[in-house]
Design a protein around this ligand. Structure first.
Ligand code: OGA
Ligand code: NI
Length: 391
């Protein structure tokens, strides 16, 4: 059964009671529609793009104006929307208890989950609950800053290329925009982070990154053993976890969630991703065929997924699985992924240990920064990024 979408209208309607509107009336008077039957001329809709993207008010700014219908820029083609018909409610990704992480059976479940699902949740992982709560609070604190404060970290203004406040994924390349704002921070060093990251969140984000470090190491050690990589030496360490990017994702309340996406179908370009989500839900993982499996929020858990870089290094043994996020009609959702990556100047390809038995390489050696550039240059398009590295 398909959820019947409300008739999409090309205009946007704004409640005149919104207090925010008064200050914006002169600039955005086109937004006010006393009579909802009057259609907005298409040309005016470019102001939405100006408001959200160019002027860096984000989707959050738009959402807070009390929109009644989704602007057409965000309307996804029917095939990209999530409908009840292709959700598998009875399926779930594995949940792994890491209390006894040094036991063989824990390692086995991690590797099995990474091979079969590419996605799993971990509980009792050792990152203190306060650290997780603090980083969620910090995320709300950052996004609740006035637009002019957040704008200081936009592409034009940011003190560094490694800190970026933005919206959607790749707005220049997208046919339909994604209903999401983000703050993305490429981790170079603690020093740089202290100097350049927003003070509203930097301490808590750094604590979360430090706290998750042992978890990342344990997961990678277990995964490497199964593919005959017995020791993670300095070269392997760089390839597996030489750099990190942390995102604070903000998915504001959406007037027509069924017509858009929070994040479109994609796989991550990381080796592993460690994702903290709040209690709202909305992340879906590709199951068999054309089905999608929800990742239910579990208090205190972390979601782990394999990214393209690990798929390439393991020659396809571990798979990066497509996932996406639905928009929510009643709640603002946040998530905090840490993307564990190779270093940008690393050449990545299948590990020699994996090919030692005569297995044919499925991927060539590629410069990781080229791979990442390829990913960001296009809209989210499912699993297509990895074709860049296919032989
Ligand atoms: C991502 C992602 C999922 C989520 O940022 O790459 O897939 O639940 N996020 O926010
Ligand atoms: Ni992702």
């Amino acid at each position: 059964m398909q959820i019947a979408p409300p008739t999409p209208t090309p205009n946007i309607l704004v409640s005149t009671s919104s207090h925010l509107l008064n200050t914006k009336l002169s600039l955005y008077s086109f937004l006010v529609r006393m009579d909802p039957i009057v259609a907005t001329p298409i040309s005016e809709s470019s102001n939405i793009t100006d408001f959200v993207i160019t002027n860096r008010n984000g989707v959050k700014g738009l959402s807070e104006m009390g929109l009644k219908t989704l602007p057409k820029q965000y309307i996804q083609p029917v095939e990209e929307r999530i409908t009840v018909s292709n959700i598998l409610p009875q399926e779930s990704i594995p949940i792994i208890d890491m209390s006894n992480w040094d036991e063989q059976k824990v390692s086995e479940s991690i590797c099995d989950a990474a091979e079969k699902w590419g996605f799993f949740q971990i509980i009792n992982h050792g990152v203190p609950i306060e650290v997780l709560e603090n980083v969620k609070d910090a995320t709300h604190r950052f996004f609740n800053l006035p637009a002019e404060e957040k704008r200081k970290f936009s592409k034009e203004n940011s003190p560094s290329n490694s800190v970026r406040f933005g919206t959607s994924f790749s707005p220049e390349a997208e046919k339909a925009l994604e209903w999401k704002d983000y703050l993305s921070m490429f981790y170079v060093s603690e020093e740089e982070a202290y100097a350049l990251w927003p003070s509203a969140c930097k301490d808590q984000v750094l604590e979360y990154m430090r706290g998750s470090e042992p978890v990342i190491q344990r997961l990678l050690e277990a995964l490497m053993k199964r593919i005959n990589v017995k020791e993670i030496d300095e070269t392997k360490k760089s390839l597996l976890m030489g750099s990190k990017r942390i995102n604070l994702n903000y998915y504001p309340i959406c007037p027509n969630p069924e017509l858009t996406v929070g994040i479109g179908r994609h796989s991550d370009v990381s080796t592993l991703t460690i994702l903290l989500q709040d209690d709202i839900g909305g992340l879906y993982v590709r199951g068999n065929n054309d089905s999608w499996v929800h990742v239910p929020p579990i208090s205190g858990s972390l979601v782990i997924n394999v990214g393209d870089a690990l798929q390439i290094m393991s020659n396809g043994r571990y798979k990066s699985i497509e996932h996406r996020v639905v928009a929510n009609g009643s709640k603002n959702r946040i998530s905090v992924p840490i993307f564990v990556n190779p270093r940008p100047d690393d050449m990545i390809g299948p590990f020699p240990e994996v090919l030692a038995g005569g297995e044919e390489a499925l991927y060539k050696q590629v410069l990781y920064s080229n791979y990442v550039r390829h990913f960001f240059k296009k809209a989210h398009d499912g699993k297509k990024t990895i074709e860049f590295a296919k032989i």
